[in-house]
Design a protein around this ligand. Structure first.
Ligand SMILES: Nc1ncnc2c1ncn2[C@@H]1O[C@H](COP(=O)(O)OP(=O)(O)OP(=O)(O)O)[C@@H](O)[C@H]1O
Length: 281
């Protein structure tokens, strides 16, 4: 396992504010990890994503303490193009990310910017479109698509860059339930076939837990819990339970079992546990 991002004692205040949007964050992300970041509003999730992408401190004024290393080198030492090819970022509002007039141009834009040969661009386009199920939409304007299709175009554009890390900041918050499911299906596929470090910031925990292996809770700019999925929900403080909408699977199992130790989280684990309980009843 390679260490991809190493954050040490990171604190950040925007502008001349004295409020620490991030406050003493320590976090290491390894290759191939699929990590969910959750937390109440204004707990610092987007700020942390910006720091992992190097946008903070490069594009913001503020006070930066501590360090973020990308593959062992301070992220502040990378130039923007290097960072863009290593770390991809997808935002919640797909419209805000589009700059061109067709899905094809949208996916090839970043590839042209980093000067890839035309045949490589063609291969990457085909690969990313197949993965995201966009083959029949290539000539359409991204602005004519449904919310879910737009978000899949945004993700395909980032994946085509073949980054080592992809960070998705509330990728489904503006989508209807069917489109949300489409984006999570794409993330599940990404997990299955690519050796990527994926970080997903989400309020929709029901679907998030189906793909993440590690979960992080941010509170007031601090990491309150960083744990494998199987033990995460047992560690979250009562004060955070209301604001992060604990999945129904966890609440359900809490209700039916007072057994200590590792509680099931995923649907298939809960199904197996319920069957076991029924058999012994
Ligand atoms: N551009 C900015 N300028 C000044 N303060 C900011 C800026 N962006 C965020 N903040 C402040 O930093 C803190 C953390 O905000 P951030 O957006 O990172 O939280 P979040 O957990 O992503 O919130 P949400 O879930 O509501 O999106 C908040 O107090 C917020 O007001």
């Amino acid at each position: 396992m390679t260490e991809v991002i190493a954050i040490k004692d990171l604190s950040w205040c925007y502008g001349d504010s004295e409020h620490r949007a991030l406050d003493g964050v320590n976090l290491t992300l390894n290759s191939g990890e699929f990590v969910g970041i959750v937390g109440p509003n204004e707990s610092g999730k987007t700020t942390l994503a910006a720091a992992m992408k190097g946008i903070i401190p490069q594009s913001f004024n503020g006070v930066y303490l501590g360090s973020v290393d990308l593959f062992g080198r301070p992220i502040v030492d990378y130039d923007a193009a290097e960072c863009a090819s290593l770390v991809g970022l997808v935002f919640s509002d797909p419209d805000a990310q589009f700059t061109t007039m067709s899905v094809e141009e949208e996916i090839t834009f970043g590839l042209e910017n980093i000067g890839l040969p035309i045949d490589v661009i063609g291969e990457r386009l085909e690969w990313a479109c197949e993965l995201a199920g966009l083959q029949r939409l290539l000539t359409k304007s991204p602005f004519e698509l449904s919310g879910g299709q737009k978000q899949r175009v945004a993700i395909a554009g980032v994946l085509a860059m073949r980054p080592k890390v992809i960070i998705l900041d509330e990728p489904t918050s503006m989508l209807d339930p069917v489109s949300k499911a489409g984006v999570f299906a794409l993330l599940a596929q990404v997990k299955k076939i690519l050796d990527l470090t994926v970080v997903v910031i989400e309020h929709n925990l029901e679907q998030l837990v189906e793909v993440c292996d590690r979960m992080i809770l941010l509170q007031d700019g601090k990491i309150a819990v960083d744990a494998p999925l199987g033990t995460f929900f047992q560690q979250i403080p009562a004060s955070a339970r209301d604001s992060i909408r604990v999945p129904g699977t966890v609440t359900f199992f809490d209700l039916i079992s007072s057994a200590p130790g590792r509680a099931p989280v995923r649907l298939d684990e809960v199904t197996a546990a319920c069957n076991e309980l029924l058999e012994t009843a």
